[in-house]
Design a binder for this molecule. Sequence first.
Ligand SMILES: [Zn+2]
Length: 219
Amino acid sequence: MILYLGIMLTSQVFDTTGSPALVSVPNDSDGNEVYTYNFPFTTRAQWKARLPKETLPLPSPVPYVVIHHSYTPAACYYSEECCQSMRSMQNFHMNDRGWWDIGYHFAVGSDGTAYEGRGWGILGAHALHFNNVSVGICLIGDWTNAVPPVRQLKTAQALIAAGVDRGYIKSDYKLVGHRQVRQTECPGDALFKEIQNWKHYSPFPASVDDLPEVIQLGK
Ligand SMILES: [Zn+2]
């Protein structure tokens, strides 16, 4: 509780000292559709995203949602810190990986805010061989040993529900952890255990070895 108060105070200090405007509703400079949400949402313009080098449409609605953790950057607890994490991930993906944009469709901070990545209806780069059939959501932080705060989990779930409502995710979608479609520790042991309690969690594919079968089934 003391920690949380400390964070709130820090956040207020930032809000009153002329940090990037995070309060007004922006226009989306990338031409993505602007929606309102029943949870805190920060657009690309608000976190000062670079323009994507290129975009391709994602055939929607998709049958899968893939959950990630960032590992690094570490968990962020107030908006300016999370915006910095978004910029850092975008720079890493574009400069070091050579991708067109930040890989994820969305990321969620421990401040309980969803941050727009590539956004709805755009092909992502978050799960090799699985990008054509999925939306990728990253919970910012290293969730190997600790579970994300409840507000971070709730916002991730509300974001998925919004994607279903708007026709970008199938209503009978399957939710998987990144490690089920690629050899990786992602999304961390603790978060992976947590998502297995979520309603749409699917144990199949269990590993990358199952992917040929998924593709054959056309699911
Ligand atoms: Zn991942």
